[in-house]
Design a protein around this ligand. Structure first.
Ligand code: CMP
Length: 143
């Protein structure tokens, strides 16, 4: 079954949005395979956002994502990678549709509340980067 990596960013944790965001994925019908509140190190931030290392906002991005705890999750389900992206909305909250997470809660592209993997390859890479195998739980979910 497909899995994706989703992370409530420091602004979302500070603004007490973790519960609402988890509830949206639960209500949609996805299965939680792992979750933890954690502080991202400089090294992990630079690795995670490596593809943006030549962008002018890279320093700002790393500073922000390490500025406070994040809530990292792995969600499982049919087509979860693309559906989670839809539920999050456009990267820039100003372009995100209403009823998406960024559309409802975000204002700026830097502090856009949530991150989610954009492809199968990045989901695999990001899950391995943030979670040990034994932190992911395999169980039967009946509804
Ligand atoms: P995310 O999905 O975490 O992946 C890369 C992040 O870079 C993106 O969300 C945005 O939060 C951030 N980002 C993109 N463009 C800019 C920008 N112009 N200034 C600051 N941050 C940006």
């Amino acid at each position: 079954m497909e899995r994706t990596f989703v992370m409530v960013k420091p602004d979302g944790v500070q603004r007490n949005l973790v519960g609402d965001i988890v509830a949206r994925f639960e209500s949609k019908g996805f299965k939680l395979a792992g979750a933890k509140l954690m502080q991202i190190s400089q090294n992990l931030a630079e690795t995670h956002y490596g593809e943006h290392s030549d962008k002018p906002f890279f320093g700002e991005l790393v500073d922000f994502i390490t500025s406070g705890p994040v809530f990292a999750m792995v969600w499982e389900g049919e087509n979860v990678i693309a559906t989670a992206r839809k539920m999050m909305g456009a990267t820039n909250p100003q372009d995100a549709d209403v009823a998406t997470i960024r559309g409802d809660f975000g204002l700026t592209v830097g502090k856009n509340v949530i991150h989610g993997s954009d492809s199968e390859e990045s989901a695999k890479r990001e899950i391995e980067l943030f979670f040990l195998n034994e932190e992911l739980v395999d169980y039967q979910k009946n509804q």
